[in-house]
Ligand binder design. Structure first.
Ligand code: PLP
Length: 417
């Protein structure tokens, strides 16, 4: 499923030894495999293509908004799912086709709506009545008609972390089904919006198919009702959320999801839009970190690294598990130590992994934190005034620093002196 592998105890990304990149670029650093990104995109596209009907895959930028990765996906034919003016700016900066951009998010400002309308995006995935009013108003001022879809909150349980659940009624996302019906009935009053799609995104890191099917069974009857009322619904956007396995197992084949979902979409007679993020980039990236110290107390052993919650917040925020292994393995794999792998940040919640079995590591060794390609760099912070790390893209036997590591002067760049 990815192109990170060990050869003679040495970790490689495609054809490049990871230790070479760590030595030349410094740590911490995110390293991405372009081949993995491309393969995951094509797998998904192939699985969800019906004869003569390819889905529009709008890569969800929030997972990893690195421009080099976005360019790879654009060349492969992807569109983009954005949730802010900033994300839209990123996609436009690489010449993405606005006709393949969808704009989601519960809090789009008037300025963001204007920016998106001026750039003729495919549609807004709307999340509140106020938002529809705002879009109608801005479109009127610009003498345009805005294409919208409505994000439906189908009240289903996606069986993932509670912070990654977005389709229960108690979450802030989308329209509940009764509210959606009310609004669909009065949409004709708004001259400057055209309802062209329905949207649902039920959460992230979802490993089961059933929640998708439950959601679709609630959303599909709404399409008929929309059409009955004269709304030309052409698109069904099922969002993202397909999970990956963080413990090294093989991910559920996209084809399994496709076999269950496609027949329902076919019945609706809509073009399918998907918004995958994690599925495409999650396993396409690692975080390389250097061990600063190994500290033993009466209770525990701590492997203290130069990457922490500021560099990868998923373990602290979601209690997420990431596989951690040395970049250079020992020949004898039987010797192990048990330790918490922690960062340098002044918080007890700053850790990359708890109670891990590792070969005996020492200061100066490099560790790889696997499956860090999604929600890694895009959630990096400068907490404790630590500079952001570099990002590196590997293609075959070459690599390129796509984002340089910040320096101390970057930390005060925006402040008035
Ligand atoms: N679409 C929307 C509206 C989202 O909020 C998200 C993530 O939260 C995604 C797509 C991408 O999700 P994932 O990375 O799990 O595929």
């Amino acid at each position: 499923m990815d192109y990170f592998y060990y050869c003679k105890e040495e970790l490689y990304c495609e054809d490049v030894p990871v230790s070479r990149i760590a030595e030349q670029v410094g740590t911490p650093a995110y390293i991405y495999s372009s081949r993995t990104v491309q393969e995951h995109f094509h797998k998904l596209k192939k699985a969800f293509s019906a004869p003569g009907r390819a889905p529009l895959i709008c890569y969800s930028l929030k997972a990893n908004s690195n421009l080099a990765i976005c360019r790879l996906l654009k060349s492969a034919g992807a569109g983009f799912d954005v949730v802010s003016g900033g994300e839209l700016f990123r996609t436009l900066s690489i010449g993405a086709d606005p006709a393949k951009i969808v704009f989601a998010g519960v809090g789009k400002s008037i300025a963001e709506i204007k920016y998106a309308l001026q750039n003729n995006i495919l549609m807004f995935n709307t999340e509140s009545f106020q938002e529809i009013l705002n879009i109608n108003l801005v479109a009127q001022r610009l003498n345009k008609t805005a294409r919208i879809s409505m994000r439906i909150n189908p009240d289903v349980e996606p069986h993932t972390h509670k912070y990654l659940t977005t389709a229960k009624e108690e979450t802030k996302f989308g329209f509940t089904i009764p509210d959606a019906y009310k609004i669909i009935n009065m949409l004709n009053r708004f001259q400057r919006v055209k309802l062209v799609g329905l949207h649902t995104h039920i959460g992230s890191q979802i490993l089961q198919i059933t929640p998708y099917l439950k959601a679709l069974k609630k959303v599909l009857p709404m399409i008929d009702e929309c059409r009955r009322l004269g709304h030309p619904v052409e698109y069904l956007d099922i969002g993202g959320g397909f999970g990956i396995y963080y413990r090294g197992e093989e991910a559920k084949p996209a084809a399994k999801f496709a076999r269950a979902i496609l027949p329902l979409v076919r019945k609706a007679g809509c073009r399918l839009i998907m918004e995958p993020g994690r599925f495409i980039v999650g396993n396409a990236g690692i975080l390389v970190t250097k061990v600063i110290a190994v500290k033993e107390t009466n209770r525990k052993c701590f492997v203290i690294c130069d990457a922490g919650m500021n560099t990868l917040i998923r373990p602290s925020l979601y209690d997420a598990y990431h596989r951690i292994e040395p970049v250079r393995k020992m020949k004898d794999e039987r010797i192990k130590m048990r330790a918490d792998v922690v960062g340098p940040v002044c918080e007890s919640g700053d850790f990359l992994g708890k109670d891990r079995q590792l070969p005996p590591v020492k200061a100066g060794d490099y560790l790889s934190v696997f499956s860090a390609g999604a929600y890694g760099y895009s959630m990096v912070s400068n907490y404790n005034s630590r500079p952001r790390p570099a990002e590196v893209l590997v293609s075959g036997n070459r690599y390129k620093v796509t984002t340089r590591a910040e320096r101390y002067d970057d930390l005060i760049r925006l402040e008035n002196k």
